[in-house]
Design a protein around this ligand. Structure first.
Ligand code: SF4
Length: 144
């Protein structure tokens, strides 16, 4: 049985605050989820494509998190809006990147997440705070 309300692909595309348990399950997904493809028996004998190859065919297939957290209106308009991910709009891309940074315990993203705490969008402020807490907790646990 599949509960579509928990589908990670759908979560990356829907708006609003993502509940903590589901946000953790998103891992580092920014848009969509290919796990269906990976586990499908029909695909069992197909080799996965390498990230380098994916990048050649689909520029931006493996993007850096920090530029996505900081994605400006100008960059969104010039580089993202006309792509397949553009329809989910800038705020959801930034929210998903913040969630991914928290899940990946990405300390380098802390300054960008701290800036996001001042964003006019309350969803982004909340996810920035959650991500910072996750990274900080992880860091404290690994200092000793
Ligand atoms: S594998 Fe991914 S895309 Fe497929 S149903 Fe599950 S969460 Fe959704």
């Amino acid at each position: 049985m599949i509960d579509p309300s928990r589908c990670l692909s759908a979560l990356t595309q829907r708006g609003g605050v993502i509940p903590a348990e589901l946000a953790r399950a998103m891992g580092n997904r920014i848009y969509g989820c290919d796990t269906c493809q990976e586990v499908c028996p029909q695909n069992a004998n197909i080799s996965p494509i390498s990230p380098d190859f994916a990048q050649d065919i689909f520029p931006g297939a493996t993007p850096e998190l920090i530029p996505l957290i900081e994605l400006t209106v100008k960059d969104f308009r010039e580089h993202v809006r006309s792509s397949s991910i553009g329809w989910i709009r800038r705020a959801r891309i930034r929210r998903n990147a913040a969630i991914a940074a928290g899940n990946m315990k990405c300390q380098q993203a802390m300054p960008s997440l701290t800036d996001m705490l001042e964003d006019e969008n309350p969803v982004l402020r909340e996810h920035a705070a959650i991500a910072l807490r996750e990274i900080d907790c992880w860091r404290s646990c690994h200092l000793y």
